[in-house]
Design a protein. Structure first.
Ligand code: PEP
Length: 229
């Protein structure tokens, strides 16, 4: 498996129809902001939300539920992105609840884990990954629609990329805790996609910045497809 998912974050992102045309038959996932979900679904893109709540409805201002996403034809959701954890108080418990509810209702899930630079420097990477992955594992178990993303926080949006060896070691560790495909995320670009995606334990990429540009995103999807075949 080699999945490439584009996280558009809080950016409008590219024109969905133009992206669809440029992708052709290439496998892909896009996670646009909520206001663009319908346009992406309508354009025929494989579309995920950037988060999802665990309750079907209720007094949860600012949240969106699984049935609401399914009514739009959305295929899945990212949960636990480090920007949610860092800026919006997302915890291992809430990440696990989001993942569980989405899987139970039939959505696909990309659940994100990853250490900060301070944690890596103090040799706590494995401890942090273990806590994060075990929370997801305890809530969801192994699940055919569950994919993990290893995203070292220090590599997200910074231009710093984990070396292929660092990524491979972390992916292998994550897989030893939960048997699931693991995407790599952190400044993936067309120039570094091949060396990262060809690592044996790297099953794809979660791409932020480079997914906003049609040419770059398509190039990464093409690289993934060529490694897969
Ligand atoms: C992300 O948003 O998940 C991400 C990895 O961002 P970037 O590719 O910009 O580092």
């Amino acid at each position: 498996m080699s999945m490439v998912a584009g996280n558009w974050k809080m950016f409008e992102g590219p024109d969905p129809q133009a992206l669809r045309t440029a992708l052709g038959d290439l496998e892909h996932v896009v996670a646009p902001p909520y206001t663009r979900l319908a346009a992406c679904v309508d354009a025929g893109l494989t579309t995920y939300a950037q988060s999802v709540h665990w309750e079907p409805e209720g007094a949860f201002t600012g949240e969106i539920s699984v049935p609401m996403l399914q009514a739009l034809g959305v295929h899945g959701a990212i949960v636990g992105h480090s920007e949610r954890r860092q800026y919006f108080g997302e915890t291992d418990t809430t990440v696990a609840r989001r993942a569980r509810a989405a899987l139970d209702a039939g959505l696909n899930v990309i659940a994100c884990v990853g250490e900060t630079w301070e944690e890596r420097e103090s040799n706590d990477t494995e401890t942090v990954l273990r806590i994060q992955v075990e929370a997801i594992r305890d809530a969801c178990g192994e699940h055919e629609r569950l994919v993990l993303a290893y995203e070292p926080v220090w590599a997200i949006g910074t231009g710093k990329t984990a070396t292929p060896q660092t990524a491979e070691a972390s992916h292998a560790f994550v897989k030893s805790l939960l048997d699931a495909p693991v995407l790599y995320g952190g400044s993936v670009k067309p120039e570094n996609a091949e060396e990262l995606l060809s690592q044996p334990s790297v099953d794809g990429a979660l791409v932020g910045g480079a997914s906003l540009d049609i040419e770059s995103f398509v190039a990464i999807c093409r690289t993934a497809a060529s490694i897969r075949s």
